[in-house]
Design a protein around this ligand. Structure first.
Ligand SMILES: N=c1c2ncn([C@@H]3O[C@H](COP(=O)(O)OP(=O)(O)OP(=O)(O)O)[C@@H](O)[C@H]3O)c2ncn1[C@@H]1O[C@H](COP(=O)(O)O)[C@@H](O)[C@H]1O
Length: 110
């Protein structure tokens, strides 16, 4: 089975941690450090929200798809900077699968 794009990206992002900041965008982000990466995640989250509001009016989802990809990508860079891969996130979603959000909240609020 071909490797998933998330696995392929994880490998590239990890390799970029030791690359020269002049040689690549991801290497430049790792070089600038976590605060710069978090700034980008916040920026992309905001742009995604605006694109979703626009899509609601126009009925065209192309911009929100593009911005969500930017958000996911920068979130992967954040995880990579912290020494994580995408896998624990998929595992957490899998753990939650089938667990009603309402039931989970009720158990938490007890
Ligand atoms: N998926 C992506 C990806 N998505 C978005 N981006 C970059 O993320 C940046 C988004 O920032 P903005 O939209 O804010 O644009 P900007 O104004 O250029 O950014 P700033 O100057 O504000 O930081 C752009 O430069 C995009 O090109 C990405 N850059 C890289 N990748 C992947 O990461 C791999 C490694 O990339 P390099 O490190 O550049 O080789 C690539 O082969 C791709 O697979």
């Amino acid at each position: 089975m071909p490797e998933s794009i998330l696995s392929q990206l994880d490998q590239v992002l990890a390799a970029r941690k030791s690359a020269s900041p002049d040689s690549s965008y991801v290497a430049s982000l790792h070089h600038k450090g976590l605060n710069k990466i978090l700034e980008k995640v916040g920026e992309e989250a905001f742009e995604t929200v605006i694109a979703a509001k626009d899509a609601q009016v126009s009925g065209d989802n192309s911009k929100v798809i593009y911005e969500t990809a930017d958000l996911w990508f920068h979130s992967l860079v954040m995880l990579s900077e912290l020494g994580e891969s995408h896998q624990p996130i998929l595992d957490e979603l899998a753990r939650r699968f089938g667990l009603s959000g309402l039931d989970e909240k009720a158990a938490r609020d007890k």
